[in-house]
Every structure is written in structure tokens, then in C-alpha cells.
Design a protein around this ligand. Structure first.
Ligand SMILES: Nc1ncnc2c1ncn2[C@@H]1O[C@H](COP(=O)(O)OP(=O)(O)OP(=O)(O)O)[C@@H](O)[C@H]1O
Length: 471
């Protein structure tokens, strides 16, 4: 529906015509010349609309101009190939009526405009919000983002300050128990917001599942970590956009994770049927990745560079590991698998279990398409789909692995090249020959020789749990 009103810019006093059409707000400037210039704002970027004291305020997020510095193809290396961050900022437009007679028109416009742009606005003041903030994630900007962006947006969007509780995470896995405690007291439709990276989200989701509250819980993911793979999997790239999704509440979906069990099997035949699982450990569900070999080594060796180097640390450690490239012997079983066929550009059902007994150079099982911004290692993976994606390379040299990694940084084109094997599965078993380090959602775990890792895809909404994520 199209509706409009005359108004004046509250700061410049310039006369304008406000018009909403086709999910856009148009502000037509009535200059002294006969030609009116127009500014257009998509309603999807609006997080607050107020009509107060006869002033209409429209709060929105806006993309800043991108730095257009382009690196030529030939100059691209693993250390300079990462994409630049696109910055966003908050902006407020303010309008008043032109004459006393127009007041009615402006206030009616405001009501209609709010109903269209923010249809869930009336539910927000009574909604309970728990923000779990990790001040140490990524470049340690979470606290600053909370004060300058997230909290002001939530309140302006309609949440009540008295219904928002902020919890600060604790180190060494203690956040999981903290969230478990909080989740037990939550009522239906409460929102839990993760303000951290994937490690923080991992603890929050595991804590929620431990509590298994019988009410519906809604998860908001605000990426302030280094990788932010889960947020990227939902195409959420920045703090402003993530907060907007929670306020607008347009779409919420259940998501899928990988339930992981660790064990050991010394059996020579039929080892998959003879695994001794370590039942002393708490259940663990992965939201992002299980890796072994080259990738797990990058994560392991770059752990202590987190605060100093941002994501460049991964490239630096990768360059070093490529010089001393190792192969990792093991046995892999993928059940209900599909394999990517680059020529057909689709996955093909495998009639039988995929069984590989070989030396692996690179191995990841991922629920997300990108492990960090730009690094699209499993291009068709999604947290909203029932499969995990497995990307592997066997017995390759450093040059082949470098080419594949560069392909992942170029939109995921590596999956079209011969040495890269790309599968989808719901059930995976891996037995390593030698003692190994595994990366489980960014944390390093030791596996003994003949150690087994078993991954199964599970959903966030089931008989035991019921939670969704804002998408
Ligand atoms: N208050 C705290 N002090 C020190 N460390 C903390 C604190 N709270 C959480 N941590 C640690 O932060 C780590 C998780 O960080 P998180 O994953 O959110 O950020 P990141 O590693 O920068 O991002 P990503 O996982 O997306 O790459 C965990 O190791 C956890 O123990």
C-alpha cells in the first residue's frame, strides 16, 4: 500500500514529502528549483520509529562507503586475500509537520509506517532478554558495541530496559553452567543473545541444551568474535544487522548441530561396531566445526596469537605449517552420504557407506559455509540444513593445499577441483591411527592413538529442546 504525508526536516527545516511504497521510505526534497531530489531507505534497515512531541523519528542502520582498494589476482596470497570489513552506522531522520493542519497527517503516517516496518513492535516491551557478552572475544570490542550500538538499538526498537539482563562470560568453559542456570528460570519466548564469537555461542547453546527448558527459547547471534562462522552461516555479517534481526523478528528457524562423542577402538575388524565411548564427558554439540590434521593444527598453533593478530594469525601459522606439511593416517566412515559432483554442480547420493582408509592432509566436518569471513570452505553448508559437510584432501602436497585454500577464499571454487573431496552426511565416524589433536568448535581436544570421533546431526527443536534462531 502507498501512503504519504508532507513534512519538514526537523534540522534543516526543508520541506519534504514522505512516501512509503514497495517496502521503501522515500524522502522527496522540495528544493526551490522545480526538480525534487529523492532519498530512498529500505524498510528492512529500520529499527525504530517514534512519534513523540509532534516529531517523527526514524532510526535506521546504514552501510558506510566501501574502501575500493582492489588487489590484482596475481598479487593475491594467503596473507592478503581476506576481504575488508564493511562498516555500518546508526542514523536518525527527524521530521515535523509543515503547518498545524498537517499534524494529523504526520501522526497517522507514523502509525501506519510503524505497523508496516516493525509489525512486532508491541510484543517487545514485555519480552525477557538475556544478553551473554564475552568481553574477550575477537578484538575485545563487545563491551563497546554493547554500549554504543546494541543496547541503544534494542531500547529504541522497543525492548524495555528493565527486561534486559546482561551477563558477562567467564573463562575456561564456565559460561556453559552459567547459561544452564539462567535457562532453567526462563519463560516461554525469552530471547538469549550471544555477543561473542563461535566459542561463546557454543557454550550458550550447550548450556541451554543441558538445561533442556520446556519453554520455547529464541536465540539472537551478534558476531563480535574472530571467526563468527555461525553468524556467517545465517548471512549475518555485522553487529548492526544482527541486532536489527532481533528487533524486527521477521523470521526464526530451528537449526542443526553436530552431536559429538569421543572414544577409542582397538578392534582390527569392524571397528565401528566396537567403540568404547568416554561416557564421563558432558555431551557436546558442535555448531561450527570438527577438524583434524592441517586445520586443527592451525587452530592449535595460533591460539595464543588471538589477542594480538586477529584473523591474520591463521594465515601466518598456515604458511609455517605448509613448510612442514604432514599427512594424518586414519579411517573414515560416512553414512547416508552424498558426494559433490563438480561437473553436474550437485550432490550425488552414495549407494553405500563411504569408507576411506588413507592418509589425510586436510579434514573438516562443518555446519557452516565459512569458518571466517571470506573463507568459504564448505560452500553449500547451512545451519538450517540437516546435513554436515565434509571437505577433505588426501596425500596432497603443499602447493595443492595452498591452491585449495586460495579457492576457499575465492568464493569456494576449490570444491570444483579434482583433489578436493566434498561430501554431505548425517553420521560420521573417524578413527585416527596416531595420537592427534582435534578442533571442536575452536577448542583443541587430544585424541589417543586409535581414538574415535563420532558425529551425528541433531536439531535444536526436538522432544528435549525447543529453540530457534533469528535469521
Ligand atoms: N571473562 C573472560 N575472561 C577470559 N576469557 C574468557 C572470558 N569469557 C570467555 N572467555 C574465553 O573466550 C573464549 C571464547 O571466545 P569466542 O569464541 O567468543 O571468541 P573468538 O575466539 O574471538 O571468536 P571465534 O570463536 O568466532 O573465532 C573461550 O576460550 C572462553 O574461555
Amino acid at each position: 500500500m502507498v501512503y504519504s504525508t508532507p513534512a519538514k526536516n526537523n534540522i534543516t527545516n526543508e520541506g519534504v514529502q514522505l512516501l512509503v511504497d514497495n517496502s521503501q521510505l522515500m524522502v522527496e526534497h522540495k528544493n526551490s528549483s522545480t526538480v525534487a531530489t529523492k532519498e530512498i531507505f529500505d524498510l528492512e534497515f529500520i529499527y525504530g520509529i517514534e512519534y513523540d512531541d509532534e516529531i517523527l523519528s526514524v532510526h535506521l542502520i546504514e552501510k558506510e562507503k566501501e574502501d575500493t582498494k582492489v588487489i590484482g589476482e596475481a598479487q593475491k596470497t594467503l596473507t592478503n586475500i581476506r576481504p575488508q570489513d564493511v562498516k555500518w552506522h546508526l542514523r536518525t531522520l527527524q521530521f515535523i509537520s509543515v503547518t498545524g493542519d498537517d499534524k494529523q497527517s504526520l501522526s497517522e503516517f507514523a502509525i501506519q509506517f510503524q505497523q508496516e516496518a516493525l509489525p512486532h513492535r508491541d510484543e517487545l516491551p514485555k519480552t525477557r532478554v538475556i544478553v551473554v557478552l564475552n568481553p574477550t572475544s575477537g578484538l575485545q570490542l563487545a563491551t563497546n558495541y554493547w554500549k554504543t550500538v546494541v543496547q541503544p538499538m534494542l531500547v529504541m526498537g522497543g525492548f524495555s530496559e528493565s527486561n534486559i539482563t546482561k551477563l558477562i562470560t567467564e573463562s575456561d568453559g564456565k559460561t556453559r553452567a552459567l547459561v544452564q542456570g539462567v535457562a532453567q528460570e526462563l519463560t516461554d519466548h525469552a530471547i538469549i543473545i550471544s555477543m561473542g564469537g563461535d566459542g561463546t555461542l557454543h557454550e550458550i547453546v550447550n548450556g541451554l541444551l543441558d538445561a533442556s527448558p520446556h519453554c520455547r527459547i529464541r536465540l539472537g547471534v551478534i558476531p563480535v568474535g574472530s571467526g563468527n562462522a555461525f553468524a556467517l552461516g545465517l548471512n549475518i555479517e555485522n553487529v548492526e544487522q544482527a541486532t536489527l534481526k532481533i528487533i524486527q523478528g521477521k523470521k526464526e528457524e530451528p537449526f542443526y548441530m553436530m552431536d559429538v562423542k569421543l572414544g577409542q577402538s582397538h578392534a582390527t575388524a569392524n571397528w565401528q561396531e566396537n567403540i568404547e565411548y568416554d561416557d564421563t564427558k558432558q555431551p557436546t554439540r558442535l555448531l561450527v566445526v570438527m577438524s583434524w590434521g592441517f586445520h586443527a593444527q592451525i587452530v592449535s598453533k595460533s591460539r595464543y596469537l588471538r589477542y594480538f593478530m586477529g584473523n591474520k594469525r591463521f594465515s601466518l601459522v598456515a604458511m609455517f605449517l605448509l613448510k612442514f606439511l604432514q599427512q594424518y593416517p586414519g579411517e573414515l566412515v560416512l553414512k547416508n552420504a552424498m558426494k559433490y559432483n563438480a561437473e553436474l554442480e550437485r550432490f550425488i547420493d552414495m549407494e553405500q557407506d563411504v569408507v576411506l582408509n588413507d592418509e589425510f592432509t586436510y579434514f573438516i566436518a562443518s555446519k557452516q559455509h565459512s569458518l571466517e569471513k571470506g573463507f568459504k570452505i564448505a560452500p553449500f553448508s547451512s545451519p538450517l540444513k540437516k546435513e554436515m559437510d565434509v571437505v577433505l584432501l588426501r596425500r596432497v602436497d603443499a602447493e595443492t593445499l595452498t591452491t585449495a585454500s586460495m579457492g576457499a577464499f575465492q568464493g569456494g571454487i576449490h570444491v570444483n577441483s579434482e583433489p578436493v573431496e566434498y561430501y554431505k552426511t548425517t553420521d560420521l565416524l573417524l578413527r585416527v591411527k596416531h595420537k592427534a589433536e582435534l578442533c571442536l568448535d575452536g577448542e583443541i581436544h587430544d585424541l589417543p592413538a586409535k581414538g574415535v570421533v563420532h558425529l551425528k546431526v541433531i536439531g535444536s527443536s526436538s522432544t528435549e529442546s525447543n529453540f530457534t534462531v533469528f535469521v
